[in-house]
Design a binder for this molecule. Structure first.
Ligand SMILES: [Zn+2]
Length: 299
């Protein structure tokens, strides 16, 4: 039986607070960014730069609209039903709404197509400029989050947190392509950093830790259960899952230092603070021409 580091165990407190997270996470992320958002780009400041009202922010078009296609497989049906139940506001696949509010991307349109594919999958299709999410991904995620078989088809707070991370990763690819953002180094790492910076942009350390625990646990288990026996596929553009799990924890520490996390890091605490600072500075520079955030800094 594999043992997860203590921090990564998704125990009862995480589940008890699932409702709270469901409604609070979007709001927390939204308010972290909305202080305040402007209507026009800095370049046109002279022509009347002003702050948006909440109603104007909510009326901005969603650049990542969700297309939920009912699956034909009866096994996948409960996932589809759950997504319909969650509604657009609480569906983690709909995190693009927040990106559409904090960035000047009204003209960008990257649909998120959710469908049964016959196998787990999630990717950004560059040529078609859409993100494809397979319903089959959910049981795989739940399994790797360590849930019992009876819960593989459920979408709880841990599933939501992981899906949010995965979606932000794919949306980073879409932003890089559509906004012609130059990336020195591996784009996969840049996409991971973007997702983690976004998810840790909350004032509350405990909340940040709860949110980021899911992707860390997922990569940790993936490194042992999938890559462990087979090894990391050298043709995979991503880092190994072990390295991705370590990077998640390191970046989390750098954003919200917590001494109890220190023994689980594979680098020094100072190195993690530096890692997070550099990741934030790099993404702030990439997004500076595109952000509505008044300070010009997203993170
Ligand atoms: Zn990627």
């Amino acid at each position: 039986m594999m043992r997860l580091p203590r921090f990564l165990i998704l125990g009862p407190p995480f589940l008890i607070r699932s409702f709270l997270i469901r409604s609070f996470l979007f709001t927390a992320l939204l308010f972290a960014f909305i202080a305040p958002l402007t209507a026009s780009r800095p370049a046109s400041a002279q022509s009347g730069r002003r702050h948006l009202t909440m109603a104007e922010i909510e009326a901005l078009p969603n650049s990542f609209p969700i297309v939920l296609r009912p699956p034909t497989s009866p096994t996948l049906r409960p996932i589809y039903t759950r997504m319909v139940e969650l509604g657009e506001k609480f569906n983690p696949l709909n995190i693009g709404v927040l990106l559409s509010q904090v960035l000047y991307i009204e003209s960008l349109r990257t649909p998120v197509i959710v469908e049964g594919c016959g196998a787990p999958g999630l990717h950004y299709a560059r040529r078609q400029n859409h993100i494809r999410v397979c319903y089959e991904l959910i049981p795989e995620v739940n399994q790797l989050l360590g849930k019992p078989r009876a819960k593989w088809f459920e979408i709880d707070s841990a599933t939501r947190a992981f899906l949010m991370f995965a979606m932000l990763h794919e949306m980073a690819h879409a932003l890089i392509k559509n906004l012609s953002i130059p990336v020195a180094g591996r784009e996969e790492d840049a996409a991971d950093h973007f997702a983690l910076l976004f998810m840790t942009q909350v004032p509350d350390r405990e909340l940040a830790h709860r949110i980021v625990r899911a992707p860390a646990a997922f990569f940790f288990r993936h490194s042992i259960e999938v890559e462990g026996p087979a090894g990391h596929d050298a043709s995979d553009e991503h880092e190994s899952s072990a390295q991705r799990a370590a990077d998640v924890l390191c970046l989390l520490y750098g954003r919200h230092p917590d001494p109890t996390l220190a023994p689980q890091l594979n680098r020094t605490t100072a190195a993690c603070i530096d890692f997070a600072r550099r990741a934030a500075a790099t993404w702030n520079a990439r997004l500076a021409p595109h952000t509505r955030v008044d300070s010009g800094r997203m993170f």
